[in-house]
Design a protein. Structure first.
Length: 218
């Protein structure tokens, strides 16, 4: 392909004087590109500062008031978290209270039993282990008679003699535990079961009434 014989020729050997062409020799395209792409920091600063807050609001981590959706006033837990934290504590507290109630009931029963034993215990030096076992057996027999009297009253509407209790199979004990013999006195609204000692020793008598308290004489 041939080149045209005439055309514009760049005059490279020609020096220009200062300022005659202005600043047109600089790349205008480069200037304009830089001016379009470069954004002053002052313009972007608000967006940089607000970007995290806008993201939290858009994602639902906070609401318009600036607090998380589950936020409550200072000093309170979220409702769901509070219920979840309290449920195990309530279960433990219920078990503890139930256990304490059982212990208290048992303690009261043992206290009443100890009072009855104390009234039957022979004095210091007045007997041996066999004597103590006998007194304890008599005490248990009297309590059994008193419970049988309550059962007889509930079914027959009156208190019964010792023979009636034995024949009616309300009790399985005999009428004596040597050296003590048993007897029951009844009235329309009361009874007294007595154990009387037939030999020397103490206590000489033990008895129980409808109050269910075993007592002993000196």
């Amino acid at each position: 392909m041939g080149l045209p014989a005439d055309g514009p020729v760049a005059q490279l050997d020609r020096a220009s004087d200062f300022g005659s062409e202005g600043w047109g020799f600089d790349s205008l395209r480069g200037r304009h590109s830089k001016s379009r792409l470069t954004i002053p920091c002052q313009t972007m600063a608000p967006f940089i500062i607000l970007a995290p807050a806008l993201w939290l609001l858009a994602s639902g981590h906070v609401n318009s008031s600036g607090h998380p959706p589950w936020h409550l006033h200072s000093g309170y837990l979220p409702a769901a978290v509070f219920r979840g934290a309290m449920a195990p504590a309530e279960q433990i507290m219920g078990r503890v209270l139930g256990f304490l109630g059982t212990i208290i009931t048992m303690a009261i029963g043992m206290y009443i039993y100890s009072l009855q034993i104390k009234t039957l215990a022979p004095g210091a030096g007045s007997g041996n282990s066999e004597e103590v076992a006998t007194i304890t057996g008599v005490k248990n027999d009297l309590i059994g008679i008193a419970n049988a009297e309550r059962g007889y009253l509930a079914s027959e509407g009156k208190y019964a003699s010792l023979d009636e209790l034995i024949s009616g199979k309300y009790i399985s004990i005999k009428s004596e535990r040597p050296p003590y013999i048993y007897d029951v006195e009844t009235a329309s609204s009361s009874f007294r079961a007595t154990a009387t000692r037939t030999t020397k020793g103490a206590p000489a008598q033990l008895w129980i009434t409808e109050t269910m308290q075993v007592q002993a004489s000196d």
